[in-house]
Design a protein around this ligand. Sequence first.
Ligand SMILES: [Zn+2]
Length: 213
Amino acid sequence: MILYEDVKKELLDICLQMIKNNLVIGSSGNISVRVEDHVVITPSSVHYTEMSSEDMVVLDLNGKVLEGARNPSVEHPMHLELYNTRDDTKAVVHTHSLYASAMAVLNEPLPPIIDETVPKLGSHIRVSKYAMPGTKQLGANVRDAIEERSAALIANHGAVCIAKTLKEALFLAILLERTCKIYMLAKQVGTPRLLPDDVVEDEQEIWEMMRGY
Ligand SMILES: [Zn+2]
């Protein structure tokens, strides 16, 4: 019996959409989805364009491989940390998108600048403290950075978004990248003006109400 066939096909579809939206290249980045007490995750070091749904790996919440011939993504400790500490997380999309990565290199948080973004991602998207890729420490640092948010920038590395579904997590990754791009473009011309404080507060409240969807 093959576990979670449809889920694996959806994972592959989202991977191809990450490529199409320029969020990753080659085999970089990784995604997963939680199904009850299991996690279905992309394999390590397989190019998305050569990946098949059978390459996906099924883990339990401690990281034990339950199914799959390949190694799970090297970043699986971060995925597990997020599932184990956030009830509102059913899907994780980790990208190396250009503008989000540039912000992460600058160690510059994304301030609340766009009305469309804050209710979806939360305000002031933080940059996690630096840790080596694939380490438990990176997972812990990202967990801290993403608290009360749906996204975090990962220092000198990339970005991560969490959501209730894979489709939503992909959409959030596109929205994060787009907002980072707007911020960087605006900074090249002048000083970005942030949303008013009371609006940010209201929009963060909307985030809290909507986090369950
Ligand atoms: Zn990465």
